[in-house]
Design a protein around this ligand. Structure first.
Ligand code: SRM
Ligand code: SF4
Length: 638
């Protein structure tokens, strides 16, 4: 018989957070008390508990002034399994972002929406409005199961996609906190009106298995201390890696029989990306294949994995508390046998799977039931209106007029679906009028496959810029590639403002990870379909040195790549020693005295954004557009 939660796995003192959770009375205090106080911000203890309710306390770091109180504001994140956003919720979020937030919405890398800039005094009204519109923020952050991911494509004629949605939803329900705290605090005790969970899920939560549930208190699965750390799950279909399967604590892959009937799931566990610079004991790790579980046992298996991490995950050192460290320390065999004890039987061997592909589902597509869906690319997930680029207006108008549901994608984009073919021209007209490109081929390919985390000014952990820096970085990489005769070349670029890995940079072909102000650690060698971990190539690249750094690597790539080989595959194949050797012996065309044909100038943010939107709308590069505009202004004739 295995113990139930949470035995200390060693004799060291539990971390401070374990005490805060224990004293919170199942996530009530001190949030409930402090919410009623007329203050601009919460205490350190309340901040920790607030996370479980889906909110982070932040401050606008652009507005920090020494000696003055910080410009406190709250970020709110939705819990949206499989990225599902019903139309009424979208319209509410849009309204709330204008009324209480910073006028933008942000699609996250785990298929949620974030609102930024909400003042403490408006937090209750904002959460209440979200819940009343069929949404929730409960469990979007904190030490528990986070938003469950699933491929966003609404293929109605591919049963496996429907199973992935169904099970993502049910697992999210299974692991939803059971405490009454959320409704007491934000809705004065009114119970949620959102979708009811299935009886099967309810029964699965209550069934004990071999010690998977804790008998005292309000939380049968989590107990008083919840999880040692955040816990992330995805459900996908064979071949579809849109959800970055290897980065999750737990991933399930739908397995069907020859008739398309669901038989069970392949299980992967132990992925995770967060790390800390110069702390070798922290690392990004890819999930391991654990085995196969029949459909009838899937909730039992999920609970067994959760219980293993709940009871044996490290509760003393939060930097060592994710499931990936438990699996790393134990090895897969020991981990599997512990899960089997909770599960009550042996886990079967994995079923064969085809190769995974990266999918983003952009553009107009058929749903398979006569209806259409449209994938719209959003730079870094930021839904906003700016100059001639009116994405926020366009989405609001479309959802208002056609009452369409949305699926948020793991690559920070949106899919509008359930579109009747006759609605297509009117929807296209709105998007054209608002300056939104819908043909994926017209989107700059480096941008299409890139992601960046928010970083400054909202993220308290950011070391340097990310979302605000990546457009300029991509533009410079494009100019460089063009100059080197790699005109149509593209690859996966991901950037984060610190090593926590929120935009999953360690799976990119070219990853930038903030390591100092204006500087990045550079990771190379991830694969285009995110099935191989990249490796750190250099620890500190100042952004001014981007071209000097990348040029030799791109030239080597151009000279020595195999036919059709991608940039990431090339870097992994030749290895870093070969790249370093080539770089050391490389003489750039500039240093050989030739004209590089380019100089860098700085423009203000608003000019840059307008320039970018206009260049995209006109299908030109920003450099060409700027060149044209300046020549006209300066009356330069050629
Ligand atoms: Fe993240 C913390 C934003 C996905 C690993 N993440 C944060 C915070 C809340 C900063 C903080 O703790 O104060 C960031 C808020 C920034 C802001 O201003 O909004 C933040 N993370 C995000 C989002 C919004 C990035 C985005 O570009 O979309 C993503 C929200 C997803 C969601 O809807 O739930 C987001 N974060 C991720 C991912 C990717 C994923 O889950 O697929 C990772 C890497 C995968 C993983 O967990 O291993 C990730 N975030 C972290 C970590 C490091 C965790 C670790 O194990 O060490 C932290 C810091 C922490 O937990 O201590 C963090
Ligand atoms: Fe903040 Fe770092 Fe996550 Fe970026 S990667 S959002 S800087 S915690």
């Amino acid at each position: 018989m295995v113990k139930s939660a949470p035995p200390a796995t060693n004799s060291q003192k539990p971390s401070k957070l374990e005490g805060i959770k224990e004293r919170s009375n199942f996530l009530r205090e001190p949030v409930a008390t402090e919410l009623l106080q007329d203050t601009t911000h919460f205490s350190e203890q309340a901040i920790q508990i607030l996370k479980f309710h889906g909110s982070y306390q932040q401050d606008n770091r652009d507005n920090r002034v020494k000696g003055q109180e910080k410009d406190y504001q709250m970020m709110l994140r939705t819990r949206s399994p499989g990225g599902f956003i019903p139309p009424e919720l979208y319209l509410t979020l849009d309204k709330l972002s204008n009324e209480y937030g910073n006028h933008t919405l942000r699609v996250t890398t785990r298929q949620g929406f974030q609102l930024h800039g909400i003042l403490k005094k408006n937090l209750k009204s904002t959460i209440a409005a979200i819940v009343k519109s069929m949404g929730s923020t409960l469990g979007a952050c904190g030490d528990l199961n986070r938003n469950v991911m699933a491929p966003p494509a609404p293929f109605k004629n591919k049963a496996e996609y429907q199973y992935a949605w169904e099970y993502a939803n049910n697992i999210a329900d299974l692991l939803t906190p059971q405490t009454g705290a959320y409704y007491e605090i934000w809705l004065d005790g009114e119970k949620a009106i959102s979708g009811e969970e299935t009886p099967e899920v309810k029964a699965a939560r209550q069934s004990n298995g071999n010690g998977t549930i804790v008998h005292d208190g309000e939380e049968p699965i989590y107990g008083t201390h919840y999880m040692p750390r955040k816990f992330k799950i995805s459900v996908t279909v064979p071949g579809d890696n849109s959800i970055d399967l290897y980065t999750q604590d737990l991933s399930l892959v739908v397995i069907t029989d020859s008739q398309g009937e669901l038989t069970g799931f392949n299980i992967f566990a132990g992925g995770g990306l967060g790390r800390t610079h110069n702390k070798e004991e922290t690392f990004a790790r890819m999930a391991d294949a654990i085995g196969y579980v029949a459909k009838a046992d899937v909730y039992k298996l999920v609970k067994a994995v959760v219980a293993t991490q709940r009871d044996y995950g490290d509760r003393t050192n939060r930097r060592h508390a994710r499931l990936k460290y438990l699996i790393h320390d134990w090895g897969v065999e020991r981990f599997r046998s512990m899960v089997e004890k909770y599960f009550g039987k042996a886990i079967e061997p994995s079923q064969p799977l085809p190769e995974f592909k990266y999918e983003d589902f952009l553009g107009w597509n058929k749903q398979g039931d006569g209806k259409l869906f449209l994938g719209i690319s959003i730079d870094n997930g930021r839904v906003k209106d700016e100059g001639s680029f009116q994405l926020k207006t366009a989405l609001r108008e479309i959802v208002q007029q056609f009452n369409l549901p949305i699926r948020l994608t793991p690559s920070q984009n949106v899919l509008l679906y359930e579109i009747a073919p006759e609605q297509k021209p009117a929807i296209q007209e709105i998007l054209d009028r608002c300056g939104i490109i819908t043909n994926p081929k017209e989107i700059e390919a480096l941008t299409r496959y890139a992601m960046a985390c928010p970083a400054l000014p909202t993220c308290g952990l950011a070391i340097t810029e990310s979302e605000r820096a990546i457009p300029g970085i991509i533009e410079r990489i494009r100019v460089l590639l063009n100059k080197l005769g790699l005109k149509r070349e593209h690859f996966v670029i991901r950037m984060t403002g610190c090593p926590n890995g929120c935009a999953r940079p360690y799976m990119a072909e070219l990853g930038f990870v903030g390591s100092a102000p204006e500087s990045y650690q550079v990771w190379l060698g991830g694969s285009p379909n995110q099935t191989r971990l990249a490796q750190p190539y250099t620890d500190r690249l100042h952004h001014d040195d981007l071209e000097k750094f990348l040029e030799p690597i791109f030239v080597f790539f151009k000279k020595s790549r195999e036919k059709g080989e991608s940039f990431g595959d090339f870097c992994a194949r030749v290895g870093f020693d070969a790249i370093r050797e080539f770089t050391a012996n490389y003489q750039s065309s500039a240093s050989r005295g030739k004209n590089t044909g380019g100089h860098r100038i700085t423009v203000r943010d608003n000019v840059f954004n307008q320039l970018k939107a206009t260049a995209e709308a006109q299908g030109k590069s920003m450099t060409d557009l700027l060149d044209e505009a300046l020549k006209a202004y300066l009356k330069i004739e050629e």
